[in-house]
Design a protein around this ligand. Structure first.
Ligand code: PHE
Length: 448
């Protein structure tokens, strides 16, 4: 018997834990900054509504119905159409690549937690705080130490079975993170950069948006909801039928989006208040938020709390990715859970090493468009693998998988959400794929 979540709350907590992570707090603000602000935010919201949410429901349906890992799911649902197994493989590969560099960024948050604990931000000037980030990423030793610590934390929490405990902790930690972010946003809005920051985030200037940016917004709607990587399929495979898909999916999508927006509101006013560039790249939150902590009352304590919460958010997301890989090895290769977890953690850790060394030892090694290893992996995974993976899942559920089964999943056996099903199914067939294809073709220059 496949083990299931301990009831409704268990599943929701795990899925929220997976969705809310560095994608919301680290990635969303920095890609918004690099893509010119408001217009990008608007497109991202549209992408969540027409790509992310429909796909989240699709993945829940696939996982809950098949009760299998991501590769096994496609085999199980359409045994005569073996080619779709490739989608499972694509998802699995994306999970592997993303987890490898996710661990490095998570390592940065652990490093910043240590910095907070030693009061490193107190009394520092903005320039000094800026410099700390550069000093961290160019230090190969530190990078390796913190990647190792974070990988160890992942392994330990999956192996020791504290996993459930962790999700339960999330019940307290996620709302705390949210409350803290909320107050940071309120504070940010009292600084001199408030007006400019708000304008930057909310005023849509479409002249700043490129086709690449739109593709990035779509890719991010998948990244932030843990889609096209098997995470939600795998988690839903431990879900039982007593759980309704639609309301759970809507809650997760709304919550995840709100966290990202509030993170943006906490960051951009500060960016302008201290005269930084919004397009500063992956270091954005590490360069801005500590400046807040350096200035506000109780900043030292609050920064410790903030980075603890961020580490937990990163951990519960990383664990969901690790689960995709281990569930595959367990289900398809019949390896026991303990061994599977160790093998996969080591494999991911090894692939993480070049990411950890991206800005130091491998600093001169540019992979794609003059980007370092870590940035290149993120670029390929988020802008190519996820949109293509998402597109294929939409086509799979919209056209390939038996419609009666799809209908039964979303309408919970025909009892509820019939109109919702109709709207959702049409979106999945005609809107999501068309949107992804057009944007994709445009961004690679094939569509004028
Ligand atoms: N959704 C997570 C985040 O926003 C990242 C993640 C991606 C987790 C894919 C699991 C799977 O940080």
């Amino acid at each position: 018997m496949r083990s299931h979540w301990s009831g409704r709350l268990g599943f929701i907590l795990a899925a929220v834990g997976s969705a809310v992570g560095l994608g919301n707090i680290w990635k969303f603000p920095f890609i918004t900054g690099m893509n010119g602000g408001g217009a990008f935010v608007l497109v991202y919201l549209v992408a969540i509504l027409f790509c992310g949410l429909p796909l989240l429901m699709a993945e829940f349906a696939i996982g809950r119905h098949s009760q299998k890992d991501v590769v096994g799911s496609f085999k199980e649902l359409t045994p005569d159409k073996g080619i779709w197994k490739l989608v499972g493989w694509l998802n699995l590969t994306a999970a592997f690549i993303i987890l490898s560099y996710y661990g490095v960024i998570a390592g940065w948050t652990v490093d910043y937690l240590f910095k907070s604990l030693t009061g490193a931000f107190a009394g520092k000037t903005p320039e000094e705080i800026n410099g700390m980030f550069g000093a961290l990423v160019t230090d190969p030793g530190r990078q390796m130490i913190f990647l190792t610590i974070f990988s160890g934390l992942c392994l330990a929490s999956v192996m020791s079975g504290v996993r459930d405990g962790l999700e339960r902790w999330n019940k307290i930690l996620m709302p705390s993170l949210f409350v803290l972010l909320f107050f940071m946003a309120v504070y940010a809005l009292t600084t001199s950069g408030a007006k400019e920051g708000l304008m930057f985030m909310l005023y849509p200037d479409f002249s700043k948006l490129t086709a690449q940016g739109v593709l990035e917004a779509i890719g991010h709607s998948f990244f932030t909801l843990s889609l096209a990587m098997g995470a939600m399929i795998t988690y839903a495979s431990y879900m039982d039928n007593k759980e309704d898909i639609y309301p759970v999916a809507v809650r997760i999508a709304v919550l995840d989006t709100v966290v990202a927006i509030v993170a943006g509101l906490a960051i951009f006013p500060i960016v302008f208040a201290v005269g930084m560039q919004p397009g500063a790249g992956p270091g954005l939150i590490f360069k801005t938020l500590p400046q807040v902590f350096a200035q506000i009352p109780f900043g030292g304590v609050l920064s410790v709390i903030f980075f603890i919460l961020l580490c937990f958010a990163a951990l519960s997301s990383a664990i969901s990715l690790l689960e995709v890989l281990t569930a595959y090895v367990i289900d398809e290769k019949k390896v026991d859970r303990k061994k599977a977890t160790i093998i996969m953690t080591i494999a991911v850790y090894l692939l993480g090493i070049p990411s950890a060394l991206s800005y130091s030892v491998l600093g001169n090694f540019k992979l794609i468009n003059g980007m370092e290893w870590l940035d290149s992996l993120d670029y390929v995974a988020s802008n190519y693998m996820l949109p293509i993976g998402g597109l294929l899942i939409a086509i799979y559920v919209g056209y390939i998988w038996d419609k009666r089964l799809v209908r039964a999943e979303i309408t919970e056996g025909g009892r509820r959400y019939v109109t919702i099903f109709n709207i959702w199914f049409a979106t999945l067939r005609y809107v999501t794929p068309v949107m992804v294809i057009i944007v994709f073709l445009k961004s690679i220059g094939l569509l004028g």
